[in-house]
Structure formats: C-alpha cells, structure tokens
Ligand binder design. Structure first.
Ligand SMILES: CC(C)(COP(=O)(O)OP(=O)(O)OC[C@H]1O[C@@H](n2cnc3c(N)ncnc32)[C@H](O)[C@@H]1OP(=O)(O)O)[C@@H](O)C(=O)NCCC(=O)NCCS
Length: 145
C-alpha cells in the first residue's frame, strides 16, 4: 500500500542523488512542494513542483529502481497534478530526457522551448541544470479537475 507524505530534505536528496537527478538548485523552500511515496517502511519515490500560478514546473520525479513498474510513478504524477490544480496552476510543464512516452500517457505534449512562459524559462532547471537537448512538455490541467 503506497501513501504520499511530505519528505524531509534528507529523504528527498537521498532519492534524487541515488538517481543522479539535479539537486544543485534545491533550497529548503523547494521541499514545501515535494511529495514522496512510501510503502510504509521506506521512501520509494519522489516528485517536486515549482509553482508560479498559473504555471508550474513538475520536476524531480523518480521511483527507486527496485520499485519501478508498480504504479508508483503514476501515483506521484497524479498527486502532483492534484496539488498543482489546488495551487491554481492551469499549465503544467516539465523537462525530460528519458521519459517522453511515460509523460505522454498523462497527456503531456512536447512543445518548443521557445514557447515556455518566462516564469518557467527563469527556473534554474530550465536555464541551466537540464541539458539543452531535454524535451519540454506541457499539459493543460482541466478546470473541473
Ligand atoms: C519514469 C519513472 C518515474 C516511472 O515510474 P514507475 O513507477 O516505474 O511508473 P509506473 O509503474 O507508474 O508506470 C509504468 C509504465 O510506464 C512506462 N515507463 C516507465 N518508465 C518509462 C520511461 N522512461 N519512458 C517510457 N515509458 C516508461 C512503463 O513501461 C510502464 O508502462 P506499461 O504500464 O504500459 O507497462 C521511473 O522509471 C524513473 O524513476 N525513472 C528514472 C528517473 C526519470 O527518468 N524521471 C523522469 C525525469 S523528469
């Protein structure tokens, strides 16, 4: 049984470092919008949101290698979408190198980096941490979600 909780920065950094996902820009404030999945024993996945309503950047999604393909990534994406909606975010963006098809299952669509709103372009993840070859994807969140 998977449940979601707000991780300590140590839990979050442990998961992200193990997966080699970027952490260089993360401050304590970021962790207010990070959520982790646990099986009741260990943290098994994490996702973060940078909110700039009406825009948001989904970032730092990772599931522990031993726990992949069990629906945990899906659970985390759905959770962050719900939280984004509650924060009045209507356009959710993300950058990915490896998981385009995974995100397409949730109706994220690739868009040109030039069309990103300024708030998203200003994030360190967009402007520096993620390779220029990473794909920008966008999803419009439904108003009646
Ligand atoms: C991407 C990731 C979060 C998916 O988590 P997960 O818990 O394994 O995902 P789920 O179990 O909910 O979904 C599994 C489905 O997604 C597909 N999938 C998983 N990773 C994928 C990827 N990188 N690309 C395309 N499809 C992927 C699986 O094939 C499976 O499809 P199926 O249901 O048709 O069999 C996980 O593989 C991961 O941590 N990857 C490394 C970090 C990463 O790439 N993060 C995204 C960067 S923004």
């Amino acid at each position: 049984m998977i449940s979601i909780y707000q991780p300590t920065s140590a839990d979050a950094l442990g998961l992200l470092n193990a997966a080699n996902l970027p952490t260089a820009d993360l401050t304590e404030a970021h962790f207010n919008y990070f959520w982790a999945a646990t099986d009741g024993r260990l943290p098994v996945g994490i996702v973060g949101l940078e909110p700039f309503a009406p825009y948001g950047l989904l970032r730092s999604l990772v599931v522990s290698p031993a726990r992949r393909n069990q629906g945990i990534g899906t659970h985390l994406v759905k959770h962050v979408e719900t939280m984004a909606h509650q924060l009045n975010i209507s356009e959710l963006y993300l950058l990915t190198v490896t998981a385009q098809e995974f995100f397409e299952e949730f109706d994220f669509q690739p868009i040109s980096r030039d069309s990103a709103p300024a708030a998203i372009r200003k994030t360190w993840e967009f402007s520096g941490l993620c390779p220029v070859s990473s794909l920008l994807m966008k999803k419009n969140l439904r108003k009646n979600k």
